[in-house]
Design a protein around this ligand. Sequence first.
Ligand code: C2O
Ligand code: CU
Length: 468
Amino acid sequence: MSRLAVFVPLLLVACAEPTAGPDAGADASTDTAWSAPALIGPEASLEDTNPDPDVVEVSLRAEMVEVDLGDGTTRPMLGYNGMVPGPVLQAKVGDEVIVHFENHTWDATTVHWHGLRISDEMDGSPRIQEPVAAEGGTFTYRFVVPEAGTFWYHPHVRTNEQLELGLVGTLIVHDREEPVFDAERMIVLDDVLIDPATDQIAPFLRFHPELVHGRSGNVLLTDGQVSPGPERTARPGQIERWRIVNTANARTMSLSLSGATMRVIATDGGRIAEPFETDRLELPVGQRYELEVRYGAAGTVALQSHVLVVNDAGDVVEQAIPVYVVDVDGEAVEPRELVWPELATPEPRAVDREVEMSFDAINDPAEGILWRINGEAHRMEPLFTFGQGETVRITLANLAGQEHPFHLHGQFFEVPGRPGLYDTVLVGGSETVEIIAHLDNPGRWMAHCHILEHAELGMMSEIVVDPR
Ligand code: C2O
Ligand code: CU
């Protein structure tokens, strides 16, 4: 059975707010000091208060905020530094990042840096880090960002609730050798479930479909605003980098682009050796892609999310909902080519070990629906112990009909047949997917389904990578 993604567009409010931000490309800076390229993103970047050019020191607060998602209603939600999504954390490869975190919400929380290969003590796993106490608890996260790419951060305590309520932010690690695009866009795709009776964020884990398929929202969000949000502008001929992340609780986004072509240049694990063009991008929750988008003549460029809706005749049909629209107009920019630094082709790695992880569910008489990995829900003991540097083929066997975006913390893996490295991969209903994990980062690492309701209801485990 396919995923239940019947989309009910409750809020069809046009959002007329114009973009005020600098919607223009950054000029290549000529001085030696590196600065991050101008970013057209959901919110401001976190302010770096450390004078050392190789240290990024920021303050991050989780707090209660009143949010207008662009539909004219103000709702109590949670935000980082008052924003939904939170501010972008920008650094460059090799930087030390220091985050002074304060929790001013009513619930304990942690911050997980999704995709970063850092120390497990800084990873936000509540199995390792005592969660930061509600109403004033603090913690300082400190790590070195090892590689360039698009990442994100979010809580790892009652994740299904805290994420849906707005605790989501993005993290970009730049490579200073990379070419300067005419514009860089950070695009945060999400959905939210609004209860039509109260017009508030719907209660959690109340209804059967949410327990089974995960929580699918009835409103699509782009950068925290009802999609597509404000119209953006660009000039003909521009070459842009779009960094896209799906921060929904459960909804896999199926994306297409009209008016321009999309060329995938990076996956979860950063730049890929052979960029490729595609008509459809399947983006499960947690995963990221970076696209190179080249505009032609004046016109409209629209990123669309294809969702299933029930039409008037009662049939389930696909509908394309615009989630990001750029009005391409004005004087064309000079045609040019981007010059990328050489990318070393990674050595093929021989598989040292093979293991299997299976996914299923049971209906427990006492606890209701439980989601399991290898026959166990909420397993606390490590599922496997490996040695640092091992290359492991993990067979992800989905024994039931619901899909599971599988996420492994702290490591990257290959998905045979696809270019690039990943930390999240979609395992479709009753499908088996093999991944080749590069277990180079020692520690205790969570391995779970990123459908947050599945994880909350048991689909959560841990692997150990022993240092060598
Ligand atoms: Cu993005 Cu364990 O999570
Ligand atoms: Cu799942």
